[in-house]
Design a protein around this ligand. Structure first.
Ligand SMILES: C[S@@+](CC[C@H](N)C(=O)[O-])C[C@H]1O[C@@H](n2cnc3c(N)ncnc32)[C@H](O)[C@@H]1O
Length: 412
């Protein structure tokens, strides 16, 4: 087998090191970080080299750019859910900032961007472990764990279906750990086996801190209610979520009374609540008029139950091309758009200038660099500019390459 060598240039969004071959292919390697001098092989090379991006197998790091620490997690090699765990937290954070800088310069939003010390400190996570208040595990009988999609290099990105059993997950918060522990204690159960086995490879269990531990005593009912059921979205790191809410507040602080705001992908109202309770008058009159849109029925119900003054909650699938037509009269006076889309980003923005002709400010909360910059290109076409002074990056998920971006766009 041919042994290749090279220097890792970047980290992929999944936290894999990227090396460029002289043939122009990009090879992704686990446990290889930028600046490392590495040796690697390419499984099924004849076939793999037909692909632009290949999953390689690391043989050795000849020269470490970043010092490595011993992983504190016994599962990390198998699980791969925390690909940066062998880097110090300081170095992880540095790499995330460099990633944002790379994109800003690549898409010509900045010719040479340097984050301020203050912004850098602000976005850093306070806890690099025990922060995660929600998760999803896969379940088969009494086997509980995560699925590592890179488990099988021979498959080059085809999803692996093997569950990596997890005893303890260090990034989970104390309450989440308790939920998982108790969940494991009620297994195996006839319901915890995939059914029918040939169709489903496993069940999934979505959990967050809203789950009542006492409910789990009724194991049959609990499994019926919770296996393979998605819970409404909630931000995965509460400490950092607080900071995001503060950021939103600051950027709406000076907006005049009666400003109309559309909030897309509002979930169960994490950010809606912040906006609806800003600058309340003595008799609790709302300051803003808010239209909050979301597709998931259970999240919409939760938001409606909050009964927020000045908020119209609208259930809508924002990825349907004809969805915007129905708002062409309703949104004429909207001046501000707040959006926090899923990883895929936004679609059909081209409809917005007509539907919201008075739009002058966009507050974009993004969990995916690629879709964020793709969307930014669209906003640019209808006159929006990115404000680099207020741009923030925040670390919600240490040990992973996940990056959350908070951006203000204004019309010049
Ligand atoms: C990143 S979450 C943000 C939720 C909320 N802002 C929060 O902080 O909890 C993205 C939200 O987009 C919703 N979503 C996904 N696809 C959608 C679609 N096609 N139309 C409308 N909402 C959608 C999800 O249900 C989820 O609530």
């Amino acid at each position: 087998m041919v042994i290749h060598s090279g220097i890792v240039k970047y980290l992929s969004i999944d936290g894999l090191g990227i090396v460029r071959l002289s043939t122009g292919n990009w090879v992704l390697l686990r446990n290889a970080f930028p600046g490392d001098e590495v040796e690697f092989t390419i499984p099924n090379s004849e076939q793999s080299l037909q692909e632009k991006t290949i999953l390689g197998e690391l043989i050795a790091v000849k020269n470490f750019h970043y010092p490595r620490r011993k992983s504190p997690c016994i599962h990390s090699t198998q699980c791969q859910g925390c690909p940066l765990i062998e880097m110090s937290y300081q170095d992880q954070w540095k790499e995330k900032i460099l990633k944002l800088k790379f994109y800003l310069e690549k898409f010509q939003w900045a010719s040479h961007w340097n984050i301020s010390e203050e912004a850098m400190e602000w976005g850093k996570a306070e806890n690099e472990f025990s922060y995660r208040n929600r998760g999803q595990v896969k379940v088969n009988g009494d086997l509980v764990g995560y699925v590592n999609i890179f488990q099988d290099p021979q498959k080059n990105f085809q999803k692996s279906s093997k569950i990596v059993p997890i005893e303890e997950c260090l990034v989970l918060s104390e309450k989440s750990q308790q939920i998982l522990k108790k969940f494991r204690s009620i297994l195996p159960h006839p319901l915890s086996f995939p059914n029918p086995p040939e169709k489903f490879l496993w069940n999934f269990f979505d959990f967050d801190e809203g789950i009542d531990l006492a409910q789990m005593d009724e194991s049959e009912n609990f499994l019926k209610d919770h296996l393979n059921k998605r819970r409404p979205f909630s931000q995965g790191n509460q400490t950092q979520n607080q900071k995001m809410k503060e950021w939103l507040k600051q950027n709406l602080q000076d907006e005049p009374q009666k400003t109309e705001i559309v909030e897309l992908f509002c979930g169960s109202g994490n950010f809606t609540e912040v906006m609806a309770t800003m600058h309340l008058s003595r008799n609790n009159e709302p300051h803003f008029k808010i239209y909050a849109l979301e597709v998931q029925g259970s999240a919409v119900q939760l938001l409606k139950l909050k009964n927020l003054h000045g908020v119209d909650v609208i259930e809508a699938n924002l990825f349907q091309s004809n969805v915007w037509k129905q708002f062409s009269h309703q949104f004429q006076n909207v001046e501000i758009l707040v959006l926090d889309p899923p990883r895929s980003g936004v679609k059909f923005q081209r409809a917005w200038p007509n539907i919201m002709p008075n739009l002058r400010k966009i507050l974009y909360i993004s969990c995916n660099l690629e879709s964020f910059f793709k969307d930014l290109q669209e906003f640019r076409k209808f006159g929006f500019q990115l404000d680099l002074n207020t741009l923030r990056i925040i670390d919600l998920f240490p040990q992973t390459m996940h990056i959350e971006i908070l951006a203000v766009l204004t019309k010049s």
